[in-house]
Design a protein around this ligand. Structure first.
Ligand SMILES: Nc1ncnc2c1ncn2[C@@H]1O[C@H](COP(=O)(O)OP(=O)(O)O)[C@@H](O)[C@H]1O
Ligand SMILES: [Mg+2]
Length: 389
């Protein structure tokens, strides 16, 4: 088959599935990799491989076997030194091996942002023992947030209000981190007015931005996101300026989800993912080109003539209650018929392994962002998961 490019996708969740669809529409061949069979992206890809991406030998073997033009990570937890090795042999790592290495751990990207680039961040210290956690909190003050440097989706993260809570937070972080080195970041708690994701696309023709996405987090996972979110011209310019600096430093082509806390006119860099962002699922309905389309175009070196917002839009998550091997969805038809604007649903078709696992998302467009949020939430609430075990 005359494919435009061969892509090895590392991580095959719901974001990987939407990316696969976008890439396939542009004629690419996609091989989807993950640690379990039937993962969302595998359902739509040309081929698949099942292995742990934290196993260096298996990861190298998959790249050797497929000889892809592009290796596209969808998750952080990858043996990134293997990617660097293949990059030096001429395989394109998206966006760059450096970006995957620097964002695998919170401390590395924080050093790039705060020290190398001088971006505004919260006050922070690293700690590898309870004593260092106590010293860290002394530096940041209370409340502070303690996070394992290797973790995602809020795992092992807690907000600490007094010195008495530090030991429990340290123990919790160590118990819920990835990797074998106990290391946390102790961060000043920012009482922000709102937080945003600024989707930033680095292409061979320059850097582009999507309108800012507002979102609300609970238990470390996003619950709803909306676009656009009101922001002053000064604050937006500050966010765009910082995003441009950091993506130019990380290099390569693709989309980045750059996260900020905003308090008044003060824009504080938080973290970034060098790939589509979960809060950006709203762009499946809100924009002419979704974050997945933009990622695919940037990677394949295709033009991005303009990014148009179709109208105020929102997404709301559909969560599982618990672990289950035998369940089905109900209420899809009702959800899609929710009145008040345009509604769409994505069901991920993946197993539920824990309470609060994200199983789907409702997306809505309406006359105003508030109305879109209410509509997305109403639609999400109509989808229920029925357990048979
Ligand atoms: N220093 C902080 N001050 C206030 N809220 C925070 C802070 N750090 C994290 N949070 C909250 O927790 C969420 C998840 O934290 P984040 O650092 O983005 O971790 P993850 O990698 O798990 O997404 C943020 O989106 C924000 O809502
Ligand atoms: Mg985050």
């Amino acid at each position: 088959m005359p494919f435009t490019a061969k892509i090895l996708l590392l991580g095959s969740g719901e974001l990987g599935r939407e990316f696969t669809i976008s890439a396939k529409r542009l004629g690419a061949q996609v091989i989807a990799c993950d640690s379990y069979a039937g993962a969302p992206a595998m359902q739509v890809a040309d081929g698949f491989e099942i292995f742990s991406m934290l196993d260096a030998d298996l990861l190298a073997a998959a790249i050797e076997k497929h000889q892809p033009d592009f290796v596209v990570p969808e998750v952080e937890a990858i043996r990134t030194e293997v990617l660097a090795d293949f990059e030096s042999k001429g395989i394109t790592i998206v966006p760059s091996a450096r970006a995957t290495i620097m964002t695998m751990n919170r401390d590395r990207i924080r050093e790039v942002a705060a020290v190398d680039l001088g971006l505004r961040t919260s006050r922070y210290r690293y700690a590898e023992s309870l004593d260092e956690v106590i010293a860290g909190a002394d530096h940041t003050g209370f409340p502070c947030v303690i996070k394992p440097v290797m973790s995602s989706s809020g795992k092992g993260q807690s907000t600490v209000r007094s010195a008495a809570e530090l030991e429990a937070a340290w123990t919790y972080a160590v118990a819920n981190m990835r990797g074998d080195r106990s290391r946390v970041i102790v961060e000043e708690f920012i009482a922000f007015d709102y937080e945003i994701t600024l989707l930033t696309i680095r292409t061979r023709d320059g850097v582009y931005f999507c309108p800012p996405i507002g979102h609300r987090q609970e238990r470390g996972d996003y619950q709803e996101s909306w676009q656009p979110t009101p922001m002053s011209d000064t604050a937006l310019a500050a966010a765009q300026d910082m995003a441009r600096k950091v993506v130019d430093d990380l290099g390569g082509y693709g989309i980045f989800g750059v996260e900020y806390f905003v308090k008044g006119e003060d824009v504080i860099f938080s973290e970034l993912s060098p790939r589509p962002h979960d809060t950006g699922m709203v762009t499946l309905l809100s924009q002419n080109l979704s974050e997945f389309d933009l990622h695919a175009r940037a990677i394949l070196g295709l033009p991005i003539p303009d990014i148009t917002l179709r109208g105020p839009s929102a997404s709301a998550v559909i969560l599982a209650d618990r672990d289950s091997a035998d369940f089905h969805y109900e209420g899809l038809a009702d959800a899609l018929a929710t009145p008040g604007g345009e509604v769409d649903i994505r069901l991920f078709g993946k197993p539920t392994t824990r309470p609060y696992r994200r199983m789907g998302v409702a997306i809505a467009r309406a006359d105003a962002a508030d109305a879109a949020r209410a509509l997305a939430k109403a639609a999400a609430d109509k989808v229920t998961i029925v357990y048979k075990d």
